[in-house]
Design a protein around this ligand. Structure first.
Ligand SMILES: Cc1cc2nc3c(=O)[nH]c(=O)nc-3n(C[C@H](O)[C@H](O)[C@H](O)COP(=O)(O)OP(=O)(O)OC[C@H]3O[C@@H](n4cnc5c(N)ncnc54)[C@H](O)[C@@H]3O)c2cc1C
Length: 436
């Protein structure tokens, strides 16, 4: 006999696990379907999760989640071939409750998160690739509401509604006609290696107390002319190193992402951090960077979309947006079940809830960010290169007078770019990005 659930959640990443966790505790019968061998098996990010948004879903996660390190130090390196201007902050207050953010490894974190949803009553099925959404049949071949899913192999499972938390590729969201294809200039591609290194070496190299962690973000030289970022995250006994950028630019540059990563690892300052570390894993993943203009319709008859599938990424944050959107989708379903109505009009409440969140407000404010990167493609490189040239000049202990030194510094800056153009760039950056 066909099983019927109130809700099927497709994908056990942060969005899907948060949705299943919320539904599981509310008496809504829930099936969480994950294509991987286990939740997190196929997932990758930098990365860090943030305490405040995660606590909204699992209040005691700090004590129970498999977090790697408690991040107390954030640095940004503006890089050149043989130098880096480093801006950073270390805050030991972040090492104390209530804490700020934690590095995690997705295969451990996602599995733990999905297990929490199961403890609350959701059912989890791994190795379950959803191929198709099922619809109620209407006259003249028209599609009615979503009534379930079909798995790879043909098995059909019925439900009153489906939450699509399937990540960036979002095949089902596209199938449902809710999202179009995202072009390469609105996607970034990142590659990552996890490098094993003993705990004490990590603490020595990053000047950390036991258990404390650091994140080093990198721009400029690190991406070889492609608009993007690189970075190193400290885990308990490994480092995560990533590099990437806009997909269209990676394709145009003909640089393989693997080559970009190996190039980064050869930079003298990066080499020092990772020396002796053994590669444990290599992965690649896309990020939907299109923002507001590429977000799908978030709901349809019997269906809701959450997380990366719904293009919910703001700056470097995505996991918390995924979790909160999953939770809000689940709350919409709980309300719909109470009313016995899973039609589009009822599920549209989800969009109202989303529009009220801090991240949707930010995503809307920054809706022209793609245009900014198109017009100011070289801004990161210019900033990094100017900062390094100025620093070399400033820290060169020569025989110039103070006044001569100032003149030299001004020359370095104006040689890079005319002062008026620099002022105009700063104005445009503020216009596009608004308050951070
Ligand atoms: C390099 C990189 C660094 C990042 N760093 C950070 C960071 O530091 N902090 C941060 O907050 N965010 C970061 N992000 C973003 C963050 O990882 C994503 O925003 C977040 O994982 C989105 O969660 P999700 O649940 O929507 O999607 P995903 O995490 O992609 O999960 C989707 C799940 O659905 C499953 N699935 C897909 N299709 C199907 C199907 N048809 N049937 C069954 N299962 C399916 C997948 O296997 C997967 O488990 C980073 C991303 C990348 C790529």
């Amino acid at each position: 006999m066909t099983q019927i659930y109130d809700c099927i959640v497709v994908g056990a990443g942060p969005a899907g696990a948060a949705a299943a966790h919320t539904l599981g505790g509310s008496g809504v019968s829930t099936l969480l379907l994950e294509r991987g061998e286990f939740p997190g098996a196929k997932n990758m990010f930098g990365g860090a999760i943030y305490r405040e948004p995660t606590q909204i879903i699992i209040p005691n996660f700090v004590e129970t989640a498999p977090v790697e390190r408690n991040i107390v130090s954030d640095e940004l390196w503006m890089m050149e071939t043989d130098s880096a201007v480093k801006v950073g902050f270390t805050g030991l207050r972040f090492a104390e409750p209530p804490y700020n953010k934690f590095s995690v490894l997705r295969p451990r974190f996602d599995k733990w998160f999905a297990d929490c949803a199961v403890e609350r009553g959701a059912k989890l099925r791994n190795n379950a690739l959803v191929r198709k959404l099922l619809y109620e049949k209407r006259p003249l071949g028209r599609r009615g509401p979503v009534t379930g899913v079909q798995l790879d192999g043909g098995e059909e499972i019925r439900s009153s509604c489906v939450i699509l938390a399937e990540g960036v590729n979002a095949f089902l969201t596209k199938q449902a006609g809710l999202r179009g294809v995202i072009p390469a200039h609105a996607l970034t591609l990142y590659v990552k290696e996890v490098l094993n290194l003993p705990e004490h070496k990590i603490e020595e190299r990053f000047s950390l107390q036991p258990g404390h962690g650091a994140i080093v973000g990198m721009l400029g030289w690190s991406t070889a002319g492609i608009v993007g970022k690189a970075g190193v995250w400290t885990n308990k006994d490994s480092l995560s190193i990533i590099v990437g950028g806009y997909l269209n630019q990676i394709v145009e540059s003909r640089l393989s992402p693997y080559h970009l990563l190996q190039r980064l690892k050869e930079h003298p300052m990066v080499k020092r951090l990772i020396q002796g570390a053994k590669v444990e894993e290599y992965m690649a993943h896309l990020i939907p960077k299109g923002g507001y203009n590429y977000q799908p319709k978030m709901f349809g008859d019997g269906v809701l979309v959450a997380g990366d599938a719904a293009v919910m990424v703001s700056g470097r944050r995505g996991t918390d947006l995924a979790m909160i959107s999953g939770k809000l989708a689940a709350e919409t379903v709980i309300h719909a079940k109470a009313k016995g109505d899973f039609r589009e009009a009822m599920l549209s409440n989800y969009k109202h809830k989303l529009d009220d969140t801090f991240f949707m407000k930010d995503i809307q404010t920054r809706q022209n960010s793609l245009r900014y990167f198109k017009n100011y493609r070289d801004s990161d490189f210019l900033i990094a290169s100017t900062a390094n040239k100025v620093a070399y000049e400033f820290f060169s202990e020569d025989m110039a007078t103070g006044l001569e030194k100032m003149t030299k510094l001004k020359q370095v800056v104006t040689h890079q770019q005319h002062a008026i153009k620099s002022l105009s760039d700063i104005y445009q950056a503020i216009r596009f990005w608004g308050p951070l």
